[in-house]
Design a protein around this ligand. Sequence first.
Ligand code: SF4
Length: 233
Amino acid sequence: MTTRPTDVPASAREVLPPLENFAAELITAYPTEQWWPAETSFEVMAGAVLVQNTRWSNVERALAQLRVANCLSAEAISSCPPERLQVLIQSAGCQSVKALRLGNLAQWLVDFGGHRQIAKTHTDELRTQLLGINGIGPETADAILNFACGRPVFVADRYAQRLFARLGYLNGVGKTGRYEAVRAMLEAAMQGRAQALQDLHAATVLHCQQVCGGVPRCSLCPFQRCCQRNRAG
Ligand code: SF4
């Protein structure tokens, strides 16, 4: 477990058991096989950087280019000239910025001691390390922790923040505190289950893309009864 009860917003602390039930229902409603397809954990790490501000289909093309060039490992990327890296990842967009970020992440992994050292490192320490890399923010760090490292961490992206705000779990939490509030709440509710947190992230994205979008289609939603926004009309 990485979440301390004090990290959970006071308004949500007493609702952790119902929140766990809701999460289980959401996961059941949107079952997924393998949300983040990858052959290696470094591929997940690279994908987490490349997916910033673009679609996954563009990331897949960039990863394929890196694979064909035999440049899909921390060692290969950290020694790859930035200009060449930019060409390889061009399809993911913002290639100069992303090449820099990818290079920073790869160099960190090499210096840190690779995946063997990651396995020995506590999640909180690992998160601090990742957030210290230039270009790695909370969402990218948490995607790496959960999907690449199998840690019980929730990716509280904009979909999750919107959904849990509408449901009524973020009352009194300001916009800047929403990421950490959602992360802490869901990690506490899911009690350290890394796979369930992956499934919940996938289900949240799918629910927000299909039903609870910018203009929510509440009449189609199976969660109307437990939604504050819907009750408020
Ligand atoms: S009832 Fe409406 S606002 Fe609430 S979760 Fe469902 S779609 Fe979103």
